[in-house]
Design a protein around this ligand. Structure first.
Ligand SMILES: [Zn+2]
Ligand SMILES: [Zn+2]
Length: 142
């Protein structure tokens, strides 16, 4: 039996709001680290100004891509490392680093009901205060 590994080398947290792109990815250009780092870039190809889009897949085939994920230009089809922003070809282009986007806190409309309740119970003759879920607390009290 040969153990088969299906380790995932792909990116996480892919973000693209049309101005900023970013993800948590391993390096696909050889300049960075083969550990996960999060990097954000300006959503513009440094070669032509085109919009970037995320791409991920196997190495082979006509659509040359990378299992680590990469940023590709929708106009000129140049590929950039998702961690370093360095172009995959030898042209010397780098994506412009960007600050991480500001994620708006989701507005909470309603106050959340407490889901747990403190209940005093006697276990083996000793008083204990335990925290249990509401539905179970009801069953105990009623
Ligand atoms: Zn890289
Ligand atoms: Zn381009």
């Amino acid at each position: 039996m040969t153990p088969v590994s299906f380790a995932y080398d792909g990116a996480y947290n892919v973000y693209d709001d049309g101005k900023t792109v970013g993800c948590t990815a391993k390096c696909s250009c050889g300049m960075g680290s083969y550990s996960y780092y999060t990097a954000y870039f300006v959503d513009a190809c440094p070669a032509c100004g085109g919009n970037l889009y995320f791409e991920q897949g196997a190495y082979s085939g006509p659509a040359y891509t990378s299992p680590e994920g990469l940023w590709a230009c929708s106009w000129c089809d140049r590929d950039y490392c998702a961690q370093c922003g360095k172009i995959h070809s030898g042209e010397g282009y780098w994506l412009y680093a960007s600050d991480p986007p500001i994620f708006d806190e989701p507005v909470k409309e309603e106050k959340e009901e407490p889901t747990h309740k403190k209940v005093n119970v006697k276990i083996l003759g000793k008083e204990h205060t335990i925290t249990i879920e509401n539905k179970y607390a009801k069953a105990l009290v009623e």
